[in-house]
Design a protein around this ligand. Structure first.
Ligand code: APR
Length: 231
């Protein structure tokens, strides 16, 4: 019995829903250069190219369905006797489509547009363009609401608070290649939490976890949730 469970997910939890991961063979960063599409400098240099990249990925996500791993986490949130926090690095909405609530999107979301001039947000159109006028300030400064390399992830105060009080930290489908998410296990452990990695294969930080199980998320996650709910 834990007094709270904190789950961090990465692209691997959406892989079996047909959404490409970033660093696996054939992954997004083997097809695109981060410097061209996922930095503030890239956007300043060529906003149309950056919007094309995200419009394409938003399209891929629109038709994607949540898989058994997303649905199992939603079941855990609903039925577990203590709070279950889901922090995701993913910008897809498959956790929500699978029934999860209060998902913390630390890298933003494909579902919203952001005004680079005044900071207001609105539901993302299917195809976003830089000169779409902001509904609040009318500036033609529309950008994807995604945290680029070199930018601060969202909700970090809330995340620090959650990690400092959780009793079980579980990392699912992430390579542990990108900070600050790759350091969350250390914060949780410092607060006395047990740590578990559920991933297709050992991540860069597997050795830092108390326990690591390797295999597809659609097998590992439902089995792990079933054990917890049977306790
Ligand atoms: N089941 C479980 N894990 C899987 C599966 C699967 N079916 N398929 C792949 N994985 C694992 C891989 O083994 C890998 O460790 O998911 C991980 C995906 O790693 P990345 O592609 O690096 O994705 P992620 O960890 O989410 O990247 C972190 O980097 O590019 C930035 O902002 C972007 O949020 C992203 C961040």
């Amino acid at each position: 019995m834990h007094h709270s469970i904190t789950i961090l997910t990465g692209a691997g939890i959406s892989a079996e829903s047909g959404i490409s991961t970033f660093r696996d063979p054939g992954g997004i960063w083997t097809q695109y250069d981060i410097e061209d599409v996922a930095t503030p400098e890239a956007f300043a240099r060529n906003p149309a190219l950056v919007h094309d990249f995200y419009n394409t990925r938003r399209d891929q996500v629109r038709s994607a369905r949540p898989n058994a791993a997303h649905e199992a986490l939603a079941r855990l949130q609903k039925s577990y006797s203590a709070p279950v926090h889901i922090i995701t690095q993913n910008v897809d909405d498959l956790h929500e489509k699978g029934g999860a609530v209060d998902v913390i999107h630390m890298h933003g979301s494909y579902q919203t547009a952001l005004c680079a001039a005044c900071g207001s947000r609105w539901p993302a159109p299917p195809a976003m363009r830089h000169d779409d006028p902001c509904p609040s300030c009318a500036a033609p400064a529309t950008r994807p609401d995604v945290v680029w390399f070199g930018e601060m992830p969202y909700h970090m105060d809330q995340i620090d608070e959650i990690l400092s009080t959780t009793s079980l930290f579980v990392s699912i489908g992430t390579s542990g290649a990108v900070y600050p998410a790759a350091g969350f296990h250390r914060l949780a452990r410092a607060a006395g939490a047990a740590t578990l990695e559920l991933n297709l294969e050992p991540s860069e930080i597997t050795a830092m976890f108390d326990e690591a199980r390797h295999g597809p998320a659609t097998q590992l996650v439902p089995a792990w949730v079933a054990t917890l709910l049977a306790e």
